[in-house]
Ligand binder design. Structure first.
Ligand code: MIC
Ligand code: SF4
Length: 657
């Protein structure tokens, strides 16, 4: 039987297990990336594990989320990251050099390689045929130490692209269409492999917009085959020697198939406040827009901003609409500046920002109260922009530029009819990506060889091994699709404590219930209860680490998002699945007691646990976990487990227990 492209790359990197859907596999990781808000924990854990040198072909530390350095704590984090990259042997990308995914794709992403990154949008280079997966920090730490990365073999879904995008429809509309059809949890447990005749009509950067935002579907990753378009892109970034032809076999068998006819797509938009609330732009046309932002790791490339610049050339943005362009990388800014496009945009009324994540997580450009913001980003979870009750729409750069010109949401096809000489800008790649490399410091150019820790940089807390008796209050009951932005928001006031877990924990779930952290600390243990897809969104392990620090013992949810579920194991919190009826019946404040000996059950492979509620009624909760996950849970989390393994002589980052 033939293989899918995913299977080929996995096979090439397989060190343990078999490529059977649902089976745990261990794969070798070639490249890792981390960024400033998850990276401090990555390196603190690297240090705590006693590791001394990066073992992967490439490790890159980017500083991208908090580049304004509002507080010395951010700057201290950046200095610490530079010192860690220097000491342990990683590339260091200076603050302002750009968003990790953009800089990585420009410099390192390569077909056929595996990449693990402590950021949920790590799948971006899937557009170049790299198998790239987002994970919690400690998983990246361990992979960087040379150990395999373990996952449950996902289903591989064939997303067959047919036809060609019509004018004004873009790659963003392809992924918005996928979200419209599959929803934010439709990709969980799946790898989306794009195939079909439509693939060759998309340039590599367009493919990377799709693979980047595949994360919003909950997918493990998304990947494209490689071809002339891939080769072309690699030539333009000066890395043509890294091209490898990768295609699925003709008789490859997929677990499922989705067909998207590109020629039927039109400009789409995700309404507030979920990336899957997708409708045609025309359905919300006429909505007044107070803010437009073009940028982020989804649509912040040179090729994304150029169409905006072309549309704004000789025009002005509407007086009532603030328009910001925040490129994904300094390379994009530099090239657009050299070609005169930055000046053109500035003249049109654009506020041109540094290359940063910034506004995407509510750092800067927070929308005004009761206003509408149109962004080319990938997430519009409620409150993520920095203000509760926000109205953030997600769209393509073309739709964003049309709104900036008109001051209201408008289908760019309609604007083209109104405006003389407004042509569809299409996709144009530069002959050569010529940006300077000054801000990317190679391991052999490192400035520091010792770690530099400011006063805000603490230790990684360790949890005790799992108890036999788990009981406590259901401290919070939450609905479906709770995001990691609810659990640990990433706005500036909170983000600066990413290296200080005791302080950061004070903000845990505060957006849902301000009293939560205090109540959790006061109570002796306790549980969280949630609906479907708990923990969707970011890879931030703090969303498990902080509840752990507050004494939370486990989470009962109808289902979990992939990365967050792994993070719960990694920090010793038991993730238990419940059915809808139980979810409905449970109430906040209920006393929950797991009747069985939890530790014994976890260690011996128990898949069901009986839980008594208020000494009154009982329900069954399920634990779906591999042997490895059970061992990690029993040890009290991955750091404790890894240390334990090292003491037992299995190596600091065990590969073969
Ligand atoms: C995000 O888009 O939510 C983030 C901020 O990039 C996160 C990482 C983080 O929380 O530090 C992600 O996507 O993993
Ligand atoms: Fe940065 Fe936003 Fe991309 Fe996350 S989604 S990496 S915050 S630009």
């Amino acid at each position: 039987m033939g293989q899918t492209l995913t299977e080929k790359i996995l096979d090439d990197h397989l060190v343990e297990g078999e490529l059977e859907t649902g089976e745990e596999i261990g794969i070798e990781i070639d490249q890792v990336l981390t960024q400033d808000t998850t990276g401090t924990m990555v390196w603190l854990q690297f240090e705590a594990m006693g590791l001394d040198e990066v073992q992967t072909e490439i490790a890159a530390q980017y500083c991208d989320h908090q580049t304004y350095q509002f507080d010395f704590k951010n700057t201290d984090d950046h200095r610490f990251l530079r010192s860690a990259a220097g000491k342990f042997g990683a590339y260091f990308s200076r603050p302002g050099n750009g968003i990790c995914h953009n800089v990585h794709r420009e410099n390192f992403a390569a077909p056929g390689k595996t990449l693990l990154g402590s950021d949920s949008h790590t799948p971006t280079p899937g557009g170049l045929g790299e198998l790239a997966i987002g994970a919690g920090g400690i998983d990246v730490t361990v992979a960087m130490g040379g150990a395999p990365y373990y996952i449950e073999m996902p289903e591989v879904v064939n997303v067959r692209l047919e036809g060609e995008l019509p004018e004004w429809a873009t790659a963003k509309d392809v992924i918005l269409e996928m979200l419209r059809r599959l929803t934010v949890k439709g990709g969980v447990g799946k790898i989306l492999e794009y195939t079909g005749p439509g693939v060759e009509t998309l340039t590599a950067p367009e493919r990377m917009t799709i693979t980047n935002m595949g994360t919003e579907l909950g997918a493990t990753t998304s990947i494209f085959p490689t071809d002339e378009q891939t080769k072309d892109y690699l030539e333009r970034v000066g890395r043509e020697d890294e091209y490898v032809e990768l295609q699925p076999d003709d008789d490859a068998e997929y677990d499922d198939e989705i067909v998207v006819d590109l020629s039927e797509l039109e400009p789409l938009i995700a309404q507030p406040s979920m990336p899957d609330k997708v409708v045609p732009v025309s359905e919300v046309a006429g909505t007044d827009v107070q803010q437009v932002i073009v940028g982020s790791c989804t649509n912040g490339g040179y090729e994304d901003i150029l169409p905006v610049a072309k549309m704004l050339e000789g025009r002005e943005v509407a007086t009532e609409t603030e328009t910001i362009v925040a490129p994904g990388s300094k390379q994009a800014s530099e090239m657009l500046a050299r070609e005169g496009w930055v000046a053109e945009m500035m003249a049109a009324g654009v506020n041109f920002s540094e290359a940063t994540c910034g506004a995407c997580i509510g750092i800067g450009h927070v929308p005004a109260s009761d206003s509408v913001s149109l962004r080319t980003f990938n997430r519009n979870f409620e409150g993520r922009s920095g203000i509760e009750d926000d109205n953030v729409f997600l769209c393509s750069p073309e739709v964003a530029a049309a709104a900036a010109i008109k001051g209201e949401i408008i289908d760019p096809r309609d604007l083209a009819e109104e405006e003389e000489d407004l042509e569809a800008p299409g996709v144009e790649l530069p002959d050569e990506y010529t940006g300077s490399k000054t801000d990317l410091i190679a391991p052999d150019e490192a400035v520091d060889d010792e770690l530099i820790k400011g006063p805000n940089i603490g230790d990684v807390p360790l949890k005790d091994p799992l108890d036999s008796d788990l009981e406590g209050e259901a401290l919070l009951k939450m609905e479906d699709n709770i995001t990691t932005d609810h659990i640990i928001p990433a706005t500036q006031d909170i983000l600066m404590y990413r290296s200080n877990v005791p302080k950061l924990s004070e903000f845990t779930l505060s957006r849902i219930d301000e009293t939560f952290a205090d109540r959790a600390l006061e109570s002796d243990g306790g549980f969280l209860v949630a609906g479907e897809n708990y923990g969707q969104g970011s890879s931030r392990e703090h969303a498990a680490l902080c509840p752990m620090y507050l004494g939370i013992q486990g989470v009962f949810a109808q289902s979990f998002a992939r990365i967050h579920r792994a993070n719960l194991f990694n920090f010793g919190l038991i993730p238990l699945t419940i059915d809808e009826e139980t979810y409905e019946q449970l109430e906040q404040g209920d006393d929950l007691e797991i009747v069985d000996d939890v530790r014994e059950g976890v260690e011996n492979g128990a898949e069901e646990f009986t839980v008594r509620v208020n000494d009154d009624w009982e329900f069954t909760a399920e634990l779906d976990a591999s042997e490895r996950e059970r061992d990690i849970l029993a040890a009290g989390g991955k750091l404790a487990w890894t240390k334990q393994q090292a003491e037992e002589g299995a190596g600091a980052a065990p590969a073969d227990d």
